[in-house]
Ligand binder design. Structure first.
Ligand code: NAD
Ligand code: GLY
Length: 360
């Protein structure tokens, strides 16, 4: 049981390999691809504990020289100081332009490692080994890398594509349920924005998806990667189409920020998708039935669609306004026009925002 999805970006094209027990085979595959002479495996300390030995053994067995370098887990590590510390470690250990980094971990590790690879010695190759569902279906594909600064999330970074993405679905077995749900929010996102048939598949196969049935999970992850590749191939640097991937993220980011980043990203996106669907109904873009179908699916996967009552509404709106500074002076919303289609607009009234924050 395995699948390969190709991201077609000319000479920067790369494969996404999706398979059970793939970590054990990464060494051999890298040896055949002949990307580098030496590898630096970058991982957070928790994932390193879980899967570091397995990956290092796979590399060793293939005769590949590699070193494991860790940093403390969590979003709090996604800042410039971590990049500086990791760069110093690479330099101290003599890593040079012929070497390659491997990101072993979730989106935090992928974003840090990709950015580091993009700027270390003006750019060295890297590969992704995503270990959260969110990273497998979204962040490891498409080349967005970067870190947070006090002024905002992901404000410093580069578009820098990996040489390959290795998705081992077995690692999802150790993922905490809330992290799995966070990834499922992004899975649902793809159905809403571009693929009605996939949305229906997610509706019909809830039990198998939640119990991580191998063939079903491979199919789901592969479809998300295909859809992301399709978007990125047309708009690598988010000049237009790629913005549809931000469905659920406008209010979602503001809710995440208002939680003090305690709410898992995908769970904030789940709330953001429901609020966006309701805004679409209020703006005359979507029927109430379709909005309710989106909201029902999110809840069927055990996620809440309500903004927690204790979150300060004013703060959420201030965070929304802060988006203006980063997106050309206007706040854009990705709103569904049907299941499988979206539009992007800045024509959303404050009263409607107030109303959807209260789910009314
Ligand atoms: P994460 O990397 O912090 O992982 C979440 C937690 O799960 C961590 O504590 C980690 O140690 C643990 N973990 C990872 N894999 C595990 C496994 N297999 N078993 C048990 N525990 C495991 O967070 P995330 O949710 O993967 O990613 C969120 C980050 O991704 C955010 O910083 C966000 O900005 C970024 N992101 C980037 C993109 C992009 O396109 N680059 C897209 C979406 C999100
Ligand atoms: N996660 C949104 C993007 O990659 O564009």
């Amino acid at each position: 049981m395995s699948t390969v999805v190709n991201v077609g970006l000319g000479e920067r094209s790369y494969p996404i390999l999706i398979k059970k027990n793939l970590i054990a085979g990464i060494g051999l595959d890298l040896q055949q691809r002949n990307i580098a002479k030496r590898y630096g495996v970058i991982s957070d300390d928790y994932v390193a504990e879980l899967y570091g030995d397995k990956l290092m053994a796979s590399l060793r067995q293939a005769g590949i020289e590699a070193e494991l370098i860790t940093f403390p887990r969590g979003e709090a590590s996604k800042h410039l100081e971590t990049i500086a510390a990791l760069a110093s470690t690479l330099a101290n250990r003599g890593f040079d332009r012929k070497d390659c980094l491997i990101a072993l971990g979730g989106g935090v590790t992928g974003d840090i490692t990709g950015f580091l690879a993009g700027i270390y010695m003006r750019g060295i190759p890297f590969v992704q080994v995503p270990t959260t569902l969110l990273a497998q279906v979204d962040s490891s594909v498409g080349g967005k890398t970067g870190v947070d600064i006090p002024q905002g999330k992901n404000l410093v970074g580069v578009f820098y594509q990996p040489k390959a993405v290795y998705i081992d679905i077995d690692v999802l077995q150790t993922l905490p349920h809330a992290e799995l749900q966070g990834g499922l929010a992004e899975v649902i996102k793809y159905g809403v924005i571009v693929d009605k048939e996939f949305f229906e598949y997610i509706e019909k196969n809830r039990q198998d998806i939640l119990s991580l049935k191998d063939d079903v999970i491979i199919k789901v992850v592969a479809r998300c990667c295909e859809l992301k590749a399709w978007v990125v191939e047309q708009d690598e640097c988010e000049g237009g189409l790629r913005r549809i991937l931000n469905f659920g993220h406008t209010i979602g980011h503001a809710v995440e920020a208002a939680s003090g980043f305690k709410l898992i990203h995908g769970l904030a996106v789940a709330i953001g998708m429901r609020t966006a669907a309701d805004l679409a109904v209020k703006g005359g873009h979507l029927t109430a039935e379709e909005s309710s179908r989106i909201s029902t699916l999110i809840q069927d996967y055990g996620m809440s669609v309500q903004v927690p009552p204790e979150y300060n509404r004013q703060k959420i709106k201030e965070y929304l306004q802060a988006d203006k500074k980063t997106v050309g002076g206007r706040v854009f919303f990705v709103l569904p026009t049907a299941i499988g289609a979206v539009t992007i607009t800045d024509q959303v009234g404050e009263k409607d925002i107030d109303s959807v924050l209260e789910n009314s």
